[in-house]
Design a protein around this ligand. Sequence first.
Ligand code: MG
Ligand code: MG
Length: 267
Amino acid sequence: MLKVKENIYVKTASEIQAIRESGLILSKLHGELSKRVQAGVKTLDLDAFAEEYIVSNGAKPSFKGYRNFPATLCISVNSVVVHGIPNHYSLKDGDIISIDCGVYYNGFHADSAYTYKVGTVSTDAQKLMDETYTSLIKGIAKCKAGNRVGDISAEIQRYSESFGYGIVRELVGHGVGRNLHEAPEVPNFGKPGKGPKLMEGMVIAIEPMVTMGKRTVKQEKDGWTIKTVDGLPAAHFEHTVAIVDGKPEALTSFDYIVESQKVNYNG
Ligand code: MG
Ligand code: MG
């Protein structure tokens, strides 16, 4: 692992392989969770399942204990954007829930989030989820050697805002590796051609957080939960992406979710 700039690490092929393996455990976990996201299920139960799944695969939950976060999953329901703490809330038909998870395996983290629907959701909520997913895919396409972080940021912002959605400013994507959060920051807003240069071997988490209404958010008293101020829903999709042969390679996948749900998010 070569440190090319302050805290920006370029990974070797074997280090990227290690993250790929962490990512595989995480992607399969998302597939299992997608079967369990149903009305009546408590978010705490999803968290218990995830912790057991990760540990039984010889890995560790990246989030549990990170800055004293108490759980394996961040579960963010409806107007919660990110960092929701699993609790006794039972999912209801029509909810949308973002599940964010990190897996630490063989010394490396992978980080991935997906917004699931519970039963039948409103047309507006479905569109928010679909377009947030698409903004992630469009952002990933800009993750090429020689581009800059701002190319990813600007693309996600341009696409999401074209629907009148809000892009959260307070939280950003990030480098991933031996640490869950490394440089560079990867905002979901910005200007093309600006920011750190993207290089072969960099691994970053790209994670648009998109609000149906205004982009302003507030933090709850628990010190974690981030909600929209206007109470409208938000969506969050995230992949861990490496630059291999100059091109983006997602080291996490939604394929197992697609297999479970037969929905059309197979980026
Ligand atoms: Mg995440
Ligand atoms: Mg992340």
